[in-house]
Design a binder for this molecule. Structure first.
Ligand code: HEC
Length: 150
């Protein structure tokens, strides 16, 4: 969760400052996928989910999808995540909010720099993850793991 949340955001900020948004697209894309694949190898499932996906491969399990649908499109303020153990499976979910740095790639299409828009169009033919404003609920980071039997 930490890797997909704060650490990824810090890496994103650094990449934006270093190489500009074109370079940072790599961070939000390849690194997030690498982190989730690594967690899967450790017997955990985790990912980033949204009602409006950029990458259609970011599908979520039913309990995450259900949470997203209950929240709907709204501001992130006051949204509560999930932290449960049910039937031997631990599940955690944290809401993700949009802030200023996200707008370069997830804001109104006309506010996205043309070079970034082109890059996104090339990589994500089915991109639905634009048009967000600061404070919007973007989606969630989730993780689940089967606990060892007592
Ligand atoms: C430099 C461009 C860029 C910036 C800035 C950026 N993103 Fe992304 N974002 C992407 C790309 C590219 C993907 C697709 C990732 C993939 O292929 O899994 C993505 C995917 C996501 C996803 C996964 C769900 C989906 O739509 O596929 C979430 C959640 C997300 N971004 C949240 C954020 C948040 C929150 C911020 C601000 C802190 C942010 N992004 C900033 C480019 C960006």
């Amino acid at each position: 969760m930490k890797q997909l949340g704060g650490e990824l955001k810090a890496r994103l900020q650094a990449a934006m400052a270093d190489g500009g948004p074109e370079a940072a697209v790599r961070v939000c894309a390849d690194e997030a996928q690498a982190i989730t694949a690594g967690l899967r190898a450790e017997g955990m499932r985790a990912g980033r989910a949204s009602l409006r996906l950029r990458n259609p491969n970011n599908t979520a399990p039913a309990w995450v999808q259900q949470w997203l649908e209950v929240q709907g499109e709204r501001k992130a303020d006051g949204v509560v995540g999930i932290d449960t153990i049910d039937n031997g499976t631990a599940r955690v979910l944290q809401p993700i909010a949009v802030d200023g740095i996200c707008l370069t790639c997830h804001g109104a299409p006309q506010a996205i720099p043309p070079s970034v828009r082109t890059l996104l169009r090339e990589r994500y033919a089915q991109d639905r993850a634009t048009g967000y404003s600061p404070g919007d609920l973007r989606g969630a980071i989730w993780a689940e793991v089967a606990l060892p039997k007592p």
